[in-house]
Design a protein around this ligand. Structure first.
Ligand code: HEM
Length: 328
């Protein structure tokens, strides 16, 4: 048999693929089946204790995963502490004085290391803990795809540019999601995470007193809701006072977040934009989730998997950190 160059290349490639020497990089559900068979129990058990201690921690962990994936992909870059030579993402404006749950991730990591040292990435721990946060808040479960590795760097500048702001309008939100390969539907669906958790006054104050520099409150806001928020969040001071993202069922993962939007009771401008910006591509999804929790649950699981697939580090890239705060 005579081989020309291109068929020889194909032959070698097939051989390497068969031996696993090069691989079509893909996350898998059973990545740690033999290297850390108890992984899912350890993460779930630790999350259970954490949520029993403080209900809000579920929301904080879920948000950590989002802020990880939107900056360099889901690579645990958000967990890195500053060093003399590297400024981490924790001090970036959207994260500073805002992100929580790092200590819980440390505890999960320590528990996992005790059973399977040096095997499981911090990025995968964050993906599993987020799923468990949703389940423990009464929301849907899904099979988490695994096999991510941890970054060797963080990017404070990407944290500033990529993460959406609560003041963003709908077009900007759509663009920021699309920049991560996520769709308009993912935007509306993942925003449903605001069915749990809290936000600081500073993130919505302009809507209450000086919307868009008008000197007036946001005219689209429900009047009773506006007054309620003004009592929590005064025009001067109180920037760190907290308000519920879903004031109806603040710690239950349900569809009340979307129902609130129908009645102009979204907390952040970015929430209400999904329904009130006269763009039917998002408002129809909001209406359908408000009526159909099954659809929201199904789509939330799917969108979380899509977000978890944003630029994972795999194969020989990155590392498995021993301590999630430090590159190793
Ligand atoms: C669509 C664009 C989004 C914007 C503009 C946004 C903005 C915010 C802001 C400003 C806060 C309050 C932060 C503070 O008070 O310091 C917050 C909280 C939260 N966000 Fe988002 N977010 C968005 C999407 C998401 C997504 C996709 C998720 C997860 C899948 C998420 C999960 C959460 C959770 C659970 C909280 C509450 C955290 C806690 O109580 O500790 N958000 N978000």
């Amino acid at each position: 048999m005579r081989l020309n160059i291109s068929s020889a290349c194909m032959f070698i490639q097939a051989l390497l693929l068969a031996q696993g020497a090069i691989s079509e990089a893909q996350l898998t559900v059973d990545f740690y089946r033999s290297s850390c068979p108890n992984l899912q129990f350890i993460v779930r058990g630790t999350m259970q204790v954490a949520v029993m201690n403080e209900t809000r921690i579920a929301a904080s962990i879920l948000r950590l995963f989002f802020h990880d994936c939107f900056v360099q992909g889901c690579d645990a870059s958000v967990l890195l502490d500053d060093t003399p030579t590297m400024k981490g993402e924790k001090s970036a404006f959207p994260n500073a004085n805002s992100l929580r749950g790092f200590d819980v991730i440390d505890i999960i990591k320590a528990n996992v290391e005790a059973y399977c040292p040096g095997v499981v990435s911090c990025a995968d721990i964050l993906a599993l803990a987020s799923r468990d946060a949703v389940v423990l808040s009464g929301g849907p479960g899904w099979n988490v795809l695994l096999g991510r590795r941890d970054s060797l760097t963080a990017s404070v500048s990407l944290a500033k540019s990529n993460l959406p702001a609560p003041t963003d309008d709908l077009n900007t939100l759509i663009q920021k999601f699309q920049a991560q390969g996520l769709s308009v539907q993912d935007l509306v669906t993942l925003s449903g995470a605001h069915t749990i958790g809290l936000a600081r006054c500073t993130t919505f104050k302009n809507r209450l007193y000086n919307n868009g520099g008008s000197g007036m409150p946001d005219q689209t806001m429900n009047m009773a809701y506006l007054q309620q928020l003004q009592s929590i969040c005064p025009s001067t001071g109180g920037d760190d006072n907290l308000a519920l993202l879903d004031f109806m069922t603040p710690s239950r993962f349900d569809t009340l977040y979307y129902k609130n939007l129908l009645y102009q009771r979204g907390l952040l401008n970015s929430d209400q934009e999904l329904y009130s910006s006269n763009d039917s591509s998002t408002s129809t999804i909001v209406s359908s989730y408000a009526q159909n929790w099954r659809l929201f649950y199904q789509n939330f699981a799917t969108s979380m998997i899509s977000m978890g697939n944003v630029n994972p580090l795999m194969g020989n890239s990155g590392s498995i950190r021993k301590n999630c705060r430090v590159v190793s």
